[in-house]
Ligand binder design. Structure first.
Ligand code: 3PG
Length: 215
């Protein structure tokens, strides 16, 4: 594993929770990132589900360098390039797209492609990847799936995402092959729209407390 990837994995693994942010306006990026960091979450994913993704990533990188910031829902080589130019420190994808994986590796940006079956896991291993996103986690077998994968693939670490909530977070984090859990529940778009960063900070702090109890 490249040093850069090792370092990013270590930082995500220490955070244990990866908030997934979809920002309608890049103006929300700074207050949101500030609230997350103040609550004890030093990492976040900003998704390419909105046009403001690249600008939001750029703003956070420039203004809050202590927050490790990744680009999510990256579906094309063009978005890999946009994410890298904006300063993304890692990339996540919902599925396994070899062209996107290759482009990220060529640019030296750590990538966590989405997998939910052994075939995809082996494809990822073929690219030298040892950490992958597990998506959609709850709909794809959840905790029992991850337990089953620890047999044939003991070195692979997973970032379960999709259906993670305060109710099941600790169950996932108790597994040795889980690096961290991703989820959108921390930054609800309704709260972002209403600039309720206090409420987001409260939910983030609750996630930090839960993750400590599941470690
Ligand atoms: C993702 O973007 O990876 C998922 O949509 C997040 O899933 P969640 O909304 O269930 O947390």
């Amino acid at each position: 594993m490249a040093d850069n990837t090792k370092n990013v994995c270590a930082r995500i693994g220490t955070a244990r929770v990866l908030p997934i942010l979809t920002l309608e306006r890049s103006e929300s990026a700074l207050p949101l990132a500030t609230a997350l960091l103040a609550s004890g979450l030093p990492v976040a994913e900003i998704t390419f589900r909105s046009d403001s993704a690249a600008d939001s990533i750029r703003i956070v990188r420039e203004r809050i360098p202590d927050l490790l910031i990744g680009a999510g829902t990256v579906l094309s080589v063009n978005q890999v390039e946009l994410a890298q130019r904006a300063g993304s420190q890692f990339i996540l994808t919902p599925g396994f797209n070899p062209a996107v994986v290759e482009a990220s590796l060529e640019l030296g940006v750590p990538i966590f492609p989405g997998v939910n079956n052994p075939t995809d896991i082996e494809l990822a291993m073929g690219f030298g990847l040892e950490a992958v996103k597990f998506f959609p986690a709850e709909a794809s077998g959840g905790v029992p799936f991850l337990k089953a994968m620890s047999g044939p693939y003991p070195a692979v670490r997973f970032l379960p995402t999709g259906g993670i909530s305060p109710e099941n977070l600790a169950d996932y984090l108790a597994l040795d092959n889980v690096l961290a859990c991703g989820g959108s529940w921390i930054a609800d778009p309704t709260f972002i729209r209403a600039s309720r960063y206090d409420e987001i900070a409260r939910i983030a702090a609750e996630a930090v407390a839960l993750s400590a109890s599941g470690s």
